[in-house]
Design a protein around this ligand. Sequence first.
Ligand SMILES: [Zn+2]
Length: 376
Amino acid sequence: MDETATTPRVSAAVPGGNVRVLGRSGRTVRLAPDMRDSSGRWFYWRFRSVFPGAGTWRFEFDAPAVGTRGPALRLADGAAWRWLSEAPFASDRAFEWTASGPETVEFCQCIPYSSADFGDFVASLAGNPLVSVGELCRSRKGRTVPLLRIREGTPEAAILLACRHHAQESMASFALEGALRALASDDSRARAMRRRAEIVAVPFVDLDGAEDGDQGKNRVPHDHNRDYGAPGGAHLYPECAAVDGLLDALRPLVALDLHCPWLRGGPTNEHPYLVGVDCARTRPAVRRLASLLERRCPPVAPYRAADTLPFGALWNTAANYADGVSFAAHASAKPFVLLANTLEIPFANFRERTQTPETVRAFGAGVAAALSDFLH
Ligand SMILES: [Zn+2]
């Protein structure tokens, strides 16, 4: 019997696609993430599976690659992504899917967010005269890297928001959306803030990686978030060179870079947190923003000030930056910056609370409110 006729076809030929099929046995398909130009091991994957008929199949990775609510999935193009499980999902490397008949399902390690999603977001703001979208630069592959500005009146200051220095960290994009929507809204505090400071956002620093489904993390010889003072000096990536130029042109008071942590578990991967920078000058400001985040983030996606990870603790040590300087560290060293930081946003849960695009957008609105308070 032809086994391929009775097992699901697996294809990475989807936007952001990424997977390697290691083998098949019975009703199990063995898989691994495609590391491409990243060193070591990371956990991003996304594929489409065509099921031949009713039945249960198992997808099994060779190392941890399944998060705390199982895979994200959608049943048809254009349908909403959701987690396989609303409750904690035990396995970090395997999941099963029961097809009710011949069907096509797309699976991903996380809920994806691409430039098409950003385009939908921008379209939803059409008609808002405060919002404009232009080009930061061209990517290595010739894509237009977008730059969004929110501006009212003649603000004297600026804040800079960045996202996707690491291509696959898509949950951070929903937080950015939530923050930008709040900052462009009629809310009186948002209005007061944008009259003081223009908001400038780079939604995809590694646009090529986000579109092509790369890990982004740990690219060789260094990734986008180690491209601000790498040995040798010049930027490797045109987006980072452009962001660096923007930093000097805008002289922002605050620069916040949104990321996602490791897949699951450990002391820091299942709650949001600020990542301390080795910069004594800005440390009091980081503490202040942390307490404002605790006050402003919503109950569905809460933030605890005590979760800030100081420089020197756990993974956040000089050894982690041996390949080059991060955006947050580079910006913190600029004398005009009051505060520059990385904000880590988990993929699927903040402790016991399951996260969805909607709740993480609400978290982003909380971040915007905290930033407004910070500058007030
Ligand atoms: Zn990151």
